[in-house]
Ligand binder design. Sequence first.
Ligand code: TXA
Ligand code: MG
Length: 354
Amino acid sequence: MIAMLTTLKITAHDLNNPEIADSLKATLLSGGLVIFPTETVYGIGGHALDPQAAAAIYAAKGRPSDNPLIVHVARFDQIDALAYREQPYIDALAQAFWPGPMTLVLRKKAIVPDGTTGGLSTVAVRIPSHPVAQTVLRLVDVPIAAPSANLSGKPSSTSFSHVEADFLGKVDVLIDGGDVPIGLESTVIDATGSTPVILRPGAITQEMIEAVLHEDVLDHSESLIDGAPKSPGMKYKHYAPQARLEIVAGSDEAVVRFLRQAIAQDPHIGILGPSELLDQLQGGIRFDLGSRTHLEAMAHQLFAALRALDDQQVPHAYFIAVNEAGVGKAIMNRIYKAANHRIITLDESSKGTP
Ligand code: TXA
Ligand code: MG
């Protein structure tokens, strides 16, 4: 049982007030928790070198303590205090994508406590670009461990109402930065070996990484190596709405036919997908994610739509699969988890019925 805290709610603008800035700094340096916006999703931050702060983060999220945290710093020159930059491609990636939505897993130095890394010999580090995240990191001038600010297993928070719903009374400070720009968590790359390995796809895509490095990189997201998930986060149920979510994939005609039948059978069925197909449907509870020609915009809506399913208490929903090119890979990665890998593949001959 976690004691209820008095949560202070402030805006990004309040950080200009020296008194508020000082008290925020004191909160973080004494092991308190602050939720702040980043360009990807909101993060729940605590002092990364203080094992008690890490323990408080796990408790507030209800997260298993072997699922390691991402350590955030403001500047590249702060990385060397935390981890070894052993591979030559690390600097090229940093140059191209930091500050920004990329996380690198590096071999950790002893200063990073086991409590922050779930006992691993590696640490995940990121330099966020969001001005509020940058302001907080520069203000405290210590590394900040910050997983996504959602209760464990729930969709990440992309707007302030999401963090209020999950964390009011459970953390010291909430910083309202409005809606986050990207809406999907950072691309996590294992940078300990001679070839970079993508552990979690995000807005920085495999194609973008390969274009910078002029070499092929591996994508092990969702894959099981030696029977053990390579990234500890992979083994947990993630992003799951209360609804039973299923993915439908197939030609547009087959998907529309299938969904019309589903709506006829259950007018309260939830349907998430691109406008191109939702425009061909009537009835059901439809969550339009925008045109599939703008995958970034679809990604931006994704977690809010999953939370809306819960708010509207939709018991059963379908997600219309999108092409896994570019950011589509990250969208489908989150949806596979949210749907617990339930997928209905329709082909022209199939009489797939809801
Ligand atoms: O965009 C983001 O990355 C957000 C914002 C707040 O920065 N943070 C975030 O943190 O998504 P979290 O804790 O929800 O996800 C971190 C992911 C998990 O899948 C975790 O298993 C993986 O990174 N990870 C962290 N440390 C790792 C390590 N040492 N080795 C392998 N995977 C690691
Ligand atoms: Mg998370």
